[in-house]
Design a protein. Structure first.
Length: 217
């Protein structure tokens, strides 16, 4: 699978992580990128707004023009991280031809998800670091988004088992968590010298799917 190009729908989904046109919007995006960078390394409790301001190359007081608190900034970073991946995978699947077989759909989801994590590594790493550390109201929203995204993966695996493409003698709930958990760690170990991100994603999907294929196939 070649490294994917964004469809029109995905470009719209990606706008929240691109620097918009106005100066204020660009500054806000710079703050979010800086926050993702700092949170990914320090977590929630050890991060101060002054740390984020330093990375964003601005005064700490100026952050309050865009975000009222560290909590609001944290919630936005976590939302961007999970929702970008969610929307990109969802849009990629929706743009596949209706007759696409279940294995190709599952492969597409795996490779797209992994590429999203690698390409937005600071946001993905920040989510992993922040989960379980943030105030409950933020955690609840994050968990709800994660649960909704998980439904996509449940259906992909369930459909592939139902049509006989994947073996039915393993716990697919555990397999789903294994696949997503393994991909989450890619933001820690992936380096450009490992090879192109698209090649790594393809190799990972082949390893997973070859292990899960029904034996008569």
């Amino acid at each position: 699978m070649e490294e994917p190009k964004l469809t029109t729908a995905e470009e719209k989904a990606d706008q929240s992580l691109r620097a918009p046109g106005t100066k204020s919007e660009q500054t806000r995006q710079r703050i979010l990128n800086a926050a993702a960078f700092v949170f990914s390394r320090k977590g929630f409790s050890r991060t101060r707004l002054s740390d984020i301001a330093k990375v964003a190359n601005m005064k700490a007081g100026s952050l309050y023009y865009h975000f009222s608190s560290r909590e609001e900034l944290t919630a936005e970073v976590m939302s961007l991280g999970v929702n970008y991946t969610f929307r990109t995978v969802q849009n990629r699947l929706e743009n596949l031809p209706p007759q696409t077989d279940s294995i190709t759909r599952l492969r597409t989801a795996i490779e797209t998800h992994l590429l999203c994590l690698i390409e937005r590594s600071d946001y993905a790493r920040a989510n992993t670091k922040l989960s379980g550390q943030v105030p409950r109201n933020i955690q609840v929203r994050y968990d709800a988004s994660e649960a909704e995204y998980g439904q996509i993966w449940r259906k992909l695996l369930r459909d592939a088992v139902a049509d006989g493409s994947l073996r039915d003698d393993v716990n697919m709930s555990a397999i789903r968590m294994f696949i997503l958990g393994a991909m989450s760690w890619s933001v820690e170990w992936f380096k450009p010298e490992n090879g192109p991100a698209a090649s790594v994603a393809r190799d990972f999907s082949e390893m997973v799917l070859n292990g899960l294929r029904a034996q008569d196939r």
